[in-house]
Write a protein that binds this ligand. Structure first.
Ligand code: DHB
Length: 315
């Protein structure tokens, strides 16, 4: 039941969302049909699978596995190429009154520039999330762990100002890294920062088989779900503290319930994304989680997310 006196609406990067909860780029957002499922659901926005210049098949299977604590993936960027996500923008936005965000993960800075320049000309794309943190392409480092490279990327994309651009970061684990990365981002016209991508290059093991559970990269892959919630909350909290006030923070990591959303918002997230839980529950998760968040807000006497967003007590 949607409670009319409790709003979960939000704004970031000039976008208006009826619900602050939407999908994370990755699971179930590669094809038009999958994106339509998100459109029809209670998700507040639609974000695509990270796209490259050309379509990709991705890594060999099995490349995704989940247990009751979370997931591991080494998909290897299977996607239909950026022109596909550009070409369906008009149809998707005409059908659903919610922002359509394209996630971009080109394999080089030159590729990212070509993709971003082209997407900038498409008026039905509400925002771009530039993914600087894919851990699964063999031979490619996660850009956002290479700080001088992040400077190069942000400098190159700075002149592109027709559509708001945000960046998706990997988790950081040290205060010095939070400070250095925030200081870099603060010098550029970045509209939002999504914290966090999966924890890269973890291992899950099947003890019956005494073997890894996914095939690529010797079983190493990005970890999501419950395993990463404390890390995600720490990154949301620290980046909210350190980034310019006009840069929004989107929380991602370990959200299964309305209570988990509440924790991300308390840490300062302006909106949140659901990855592993969306993959297992599919698009019905959004309505359930919105209801749980509204129930919790009502119990606490809150009417909008502004009543508690960023108000975590740390004394
Ligand atoms: C993939 C995984 C990621 O964590 C990411 O950010 C982009 C792509 C993948 O393996 O497809």
């Amino acid at each position: 039941m949607i409670r009319s006196n409790v709003s979960v609406a939000t704004q970031f990067a000039g976008l208006q969302l009826q619900s602050c909860i939407y999908n994370a780029s990755g699971p179930w957002c590669t094809t038009k049909k999958e994106l339509m499922d998100i459109g029809q659901s209670a998700a507040g926005a639609i974000i695509t699978k990270s796209c490259t210049l050309l379509a990709r098949e991705g890594n060999p299977t099995p490349r995704y596995f989940e247990n009751n604590l979370g997931s591991i993936n080494s998909m290897g960027l299977p996607n239909k190429g950026y022109q596909y996500y550009q070409s369906i923008a008009e149809e998707i936005t005409a059908k659903f009154q919610k922002p359509y965000i394209v996630s971009v993960s080109g394999l080089s800075l030159e590729n990212n520039m070509r993709i971003l320049e082209s997407l900038q000309t498409q008026k039905n794309i509400a925002a771009i999330e530039l993914n600087l943190s894919c851990p699964n392409v063999v031979g490619k480092a996660q850009t956002a762990y290479d700080f001088p490279q992040v400077v190069k990327v942000l400098r190159a994309i700075a002149p592109l100002n027709k559509i708001p651009i945000g960046i998706k970061l990997p988790p950081y684990f040290d205060f010095i890294h939070f400070q250095e990365m925030a200081a870099i981002i603060n010098q550029y016209p970045i509209a939002f920062v999504t914290c966090v991508n999966s924890i890269g290059n973890g291992l899950l093991i099947d003890i019956e088989k005494e073997a890894v559970v996914i095939q690529p990269k010797g079983g190493f892959g990005g970890i999501g779900g419950d395993y990463i919630k404390p890390t995600a909350l720490a990154n949301v909290c620290k980046f909210r503290e350190l980034l310019r006030a006009d840069i929004s923070v989107i929380g991602c990591g370990g959200i299964k319930t309305g209570q988990d959303v509440f924790e991300h918002l308390l840490c300062g997230a302006d909106a949140v994304q659901i990855g592993t839980q969306f993959m297992s529950e599919k698009a019905t998760c959004f309505k359930r989680i919105v209801n749980e968040l509204q129930h919790l807000m009502q119990k606490k006497g809150y009417h909008s997310i502004a009543d508690f967003k960023g108000k975590l007590i740390q004394a």
